[in-house]
Structure formats: C-alpha cells, structure tokens
Write a protein that binds this ligand. Structure first.
Ligand code: FAD
Length: 394
C-alpha cells in the first residue's frame, strides 16, 4: 500500500503538509510530493480538500476514462448466444443511458448475431472478431486475441457471463491488463459521486453482500451470474456490426477430441416458466415425489434448496442459489424454504414469487408477492388453483 498524489488534482494548498505529523510531504512545483519517510497514516488523505491524495496498491494512478462498456458474448454448443450477454447489456444500458456499449464476440461465423435483439437491449454495436480458429472456445487463444483490442480501445467496463467460459476467460484477461476483477456478481450499480461501477457479490458464505470498486485501473471487470438481471427491450434502438478478421491466431496446444452430453431426467431449470422450489420443510424424500407429480401437472420445473441436495433427495443440477443456479422464471413457488440469503440470490429476480411456509415470520415472506402461511400438504390443492388461474390471465 502506498500514498499517492494525483498531480492534476492537487492545487498546492499545503494543508496536507501542515497536518502531516512526521513532515513527510513537501511542495515541488506547486504540487504535494510524498517522501519516502511516509508511514501511510492517511491523515493527508482525509484533509485534502481536492481529494488529490489516495491510497494506491500500485505505482500507477488513474487509468484513462472512456465512456465505452464492453460485454463479452458467449456462443453455446448449440450455436445460440447465451442469454446472459443480453441481460448484461440491458443492465449496463439502464445504468448509463449515454455509454457506448459494444457486444464482443469471437467466432468463426457471423450467423448467430441478432443485431435487432442486441440493439433493443441496449448495444450500440457488435464487434465480431472472426477467424476459423474461434469455432470453439479456447482460453489461451481467446485471451491472446482479445487483450490487444482492449489495450487499443480502452473500455472503461468489461463484463463477462459467470459461465464456465466467462469464469475461465475473464481472470486471464484481467491479469494481462493488470486490472481487478470481481467474480460472480449478483448486482451492478454506479456510484453517483464518481461514476465508478459498484460490483456487488455475496461474501462470507453469503452472509453479507460486498460492494467492490476498481478505482485505479481500467477496465473495471466483473463476471455476472446468469439471470440476475431482466432483459429490458426498447424496439426503437438499433445496433451496428463491426467485423474484423483476426490474423495469425496462436493455435491451441490442447484439442477437444470428444464431447458427451450428460442426460438428465429433470427439465432444464433455466428454461421453465414456472419453477417449484422445494425446501427442507418438505420433510422427507417421499414428499419430494409428491411435489414432482404436482410440478408435472402444472408443467413446472422443480428446483430446491441446498439441504435437499445434501440429503441426496434431489441432484445438484436443480439446486437454486449461491452455490447452485440463478433463475428468473415467471412464477417461483417456494415450498418450505426459509429464505436464506444464499437461496435468495438464485431466485429473487423471478417475476412473481409465491411462498408457502408454516412460520409466518419466515424471511422468504419479505420477498414473496403472495404469502401463504400453513402446512405444505394442505396448501397444495390451493396452489394448483392459483397457478391455473394465473396461467389463464397471462
Ligand atoms: C457457502 C454456502 C453456500 C450455500 N449455497 C446455497 C444455495 O446455493 N442454495 C441454498 O438453497 N442454500 C445454500 N446454502 C445454505 C443456506 O444457508 C441455507 O441453509 C438453506 O438455504 C436452507 O434451506 P431451507 O430453506 O430449505 O431450509 P431451512 O432453513 O431449514 O427452512 C425450512 C423452512 O421450512 C418451513 N417448514 C417446515 N415444515 C413445514 C411444513 N410442513 N409446511 C410449510 N413450511 C414448513 C420452516 O418454517 C422453515 O422456514 C449455502 C450455505 C453456504 C454456507
């Protein structure tokens, strides 16, 4: 940790010199200079009226600031673009209506690019870096390709989906660019005082939410959990396409020789309109089977809290929450779930939340649109009725 003076902000008022208890600051060319004898007490930081004195981890000070935000797009194995990319663009547009937002894609083809959709969620342009070698994701190849473009175009913000690809690629790029990275964010906001991106993620086992900033380096980088932001669309917005042919790719040393799909008996949670979340309050594995029948009768998917996975009653692929999946269905029905922070981060973006719990003080009720206090088994017929009626309305 060092104390630095941002010379462009210092007006030479000498207040820091007067307040420094060990005379470790002097004035040179009307700018405060910190001497080697500084013991980092920080008094100068607190007294500086210009906010020109800062704590710094590095020798370098504030990086150039642009109004550019980049969003990494990911092509899934079936060729579709992962929806998290659209959600991230939508959020960045909401946060900064004047930002220039670029959707970045490394691909061998431009056929999956939907500029109408990208424009409507808030992208100004899609930047396609094209080469046959980009047909499949490769960490070394993608890092080597992207870094020079980041250095050239200096985005202020660069976000990635917190998917396997994003979690692998983002830290490599951050390392090359000597900048910070907040992994697995569940929210983003802007500090109204200085315009910095506040990156929020669960910390200490989810018992508190940490707000992290990257004041001195650019880009401000984060990976974002899928489905934590809604995809807001404005049909009047449009998006241009910029294609660059990437020359001389570094060919990967490793090669994918085989892919196998893991078959599941459970419907893909992220694609369900209605999800029934089962919690410990269900009591036993036999009762889970009862809920499974109910789910099928209303064409809903089934999700669960972590204790059910720990008990071996349901597989991890349907766990919702911090160490499971984040989902945003139209309706989420929480049955016997208390509403821990770790569970909430995975389902609180659902459009309509129904909670059933026998404890009227259960925290889940603070997040539910419809709260039903009572025993799960007694509530099931009532629930079926509510869901049928709501389906008819929508
Ligand atoms: C690092 C870490 C990561 C975690 N990740 C996750 C995660 O991804 N997802 C997750 O869910 N948890 C996660 N957890 C665990 C989390 O902290 C909670 O322990 C868990 O969410 C509690 O699950 P629950 O609500 O089903 O159980 P409980 O908290 O035990 O709640 C059961 C609820 O059921 C109600 N109930 C009981 N019987 C009935 C009945 N007959 N009818 C109606 N209601 C009834 C009770 O009133 C109670 O509110 C994580 C924890 C840690 C430390």
């Amino acid at each position: 940790m060092k104390i630095k003076v941002i010379s462009s902000q210092c007006n030479g008022c000498t207040l820091c010199i007067k307040k420094c208890p060990i005379q470790s600051i002097r004035l040179e060319n009307k700018t405060a200079v910190i001497l080697d004898s500084c013991n980092y007490c920080g008094i100068c930081i607190s007294v500086c009226p210009q906010k020109a004195i800062i704590k710094s981890l590095e020798d370098e000070v504030i990086a150039p600031v642009t109004n550019k935000s980049w969003v990494m797009m990911e092509t899934k194995l079936n060729g579709e673009i992962d929806s998290t990319s659209y959600e991230m663009i939508s959020k960045l547009r909401e946060l900064n209506p004047t930002a220039h937002i670029t959707a970045v894609l490394l691909s061998s083809t431009c056929k999956n690019i939907d500029t109408t959709l990208l424009g409507s969620v808030g992208a100004d342009e899609v930047f396609l870096l094209q080469n046959p070698a980009f047909e499949e994701y490769n960490a070394v190849l993608f890092t080597k390709a992207l870094v020079p473009y980041c250095q050239r175009e200096e985005p202020a913000v660069f976000v990635f989906p917190a998917t396997e690809m994003g979690r692998d690629l983002a830290p490599r790029i951050a390392t090359e660019l000597h900048t910070g990275l907040t992994a697995d964010c569940t929210d983003l906001s802007i500090d109204p005082e200085n315009g910095l991106l506040i990156q929020t993620r669960p910390a200490w086992d989810g018992n508190l939410m940490a707000s992290i900033i990257c004041p001195n380096r650019r880009p401000q980088m984060a990976t974002i959990r899928p489905h934590v932001f809604p995809m807001n669309q404005d049909k009047d917005r449009s998006c241009t396409t910029r294609i660059e042919e990437y020359k001389n790719p570094v060919l990967p040393v490793e090669k994918i020789t085989q892919r196998s799909v893991i078959e599941s008996t459970f419907p893909d949670l992220e694609k369900q309109t209605i999800v029934i979340g089962v919690g410990r309050g269900i009591g036993s594995k036999d009762n889970v089977d009862l809920i499974w029948d109910f789910a099928q009768s209303i064409h809903a998917g089934i999700g669960c809290s972590r204790p059910l996975v720990d008990n071996g009653w349901l597989p991890h692929e349907v766990q919702v929450g911090m160490s499971g999946k984040a989902i945003a269905p139209k309706v989420y029905i929480a049955l016997g779930i208390s509403g821990s922070v770790q569970h909430l981060v995975g389902m609180q973006s659902s459009e309509y939340i129904i909670a059933v719990n026998k404890d009227e003080n259960a925290p889940i009720f603070h997040h539910a649109h419809l709260s039903l206090v009572g025993d799960i088994k007694k509530m099931l017929p009532l629930l079926k009725d509510i869901v049928e009626k709501r389906k008819k309305l929508s």
